[in-house]
Design a binder for this molecule. Structure first.
Ligand SMILES: *[C@@H]1O[C@H](CO)[C@@H](O)[C@H](O)[C@H]1NC(C)=O
Ligand SMILES: *[C@@H]1O[C@H](CO)[C@@H](O)[C@H](O)[C@H]1NC(C)=O
Length: 185
């Protein structure tokens, strides 16, 4: 009886760890990662987000590398109230390419992993609360508002591998005039 319970627990742990076992970009460089990005892809399964799927736009963000290795991320979102910017503060961990941040919306600490980036074109980022899909997102960032098809395909394959449904994997259109000064640049 004891062994059966132990085996079940072990199997469950293995399944959970397999999900969580996403490695950051090797030799991650925050300096190279800093600067302007567009969130050109988003996978998000939360039922409360589903009604907004067709409304989201490819938001712009600026990653500022702080001297202590933390990050200030400013994102601009086109909302019904207009274009609004929001600051996210990511704290470094002892593993390069992984950060934590406190989500005020969900009132919990989440983990951020920069899974894959070549710095000049794209970055695949996993934001997760381990084992809880409600709070997990995959984002694809591009240095410009359009990235190559093979990068989009890699993003979709990664999101599917993380258990996201096809319906929840989005490649939103560009935001118009948000932030206002970014247009025409
Ligand atoms: C990062 O954000 C904090 C909080 O708003 C602010 O005090 C700090 O000046 C910012 N640092 C940089 C380099 O933008
Ligand atoms: C980054 O990826 C893009 C698209 O796949 C490619 O064209 C570019 O050469 C890559 N840059 C580097 C530095 O690897």
């Amino acid at each position: 009886m004891r062994t059966t319970v132990a085996t079940v627990v072990m199997v469950m742990l293995c399944v959970m760890m397999a999900r969580a076992d996403v490695k950051p970009q090797r030799d991650f460089s925050l300096q190279k990662f800093a600067g302007k990005w567009y969130r050109v892809g988003l996978a998000y399964d939360s039922p409360s987000f589903a009604p907004y799927r067709d409304k989201i736009k490819a938001s712009m963000g600026i990653v500022t590398a702080l001297p202590n290795g933390n990050v200030n991320l400013t994102m601009w979102d086109a909302t019904p109230l207009g274009c609004q910017s929001k600051l996210y503060q990511y704290e470094k961990t002892n593993v390069a390419g992984t950060f934590t941040y406190f989500s005020t919306r969900h009132n919990m600490v989440k983990d951020i992993t920069v899974v894959d980036t070549n710095y000049t074109d794209y970055a695949l980022v996993l934001k997760h609360k381990v084992f809880n899909r409600e709070y997990t997102q995959v984002a694809l960032y591009g240095r410009s508002q359009s990235v190559r098809t093979n990068v989009i395909q890699r993003f979709k394959a990664f999101a599917l591998s993380q258990g996201f449904s096809r319906d929840s994997i989005l490649t939103p259109p560009p935001a118009e005039n948000c932030p206002p000064s970014a247009s025409g640049r």
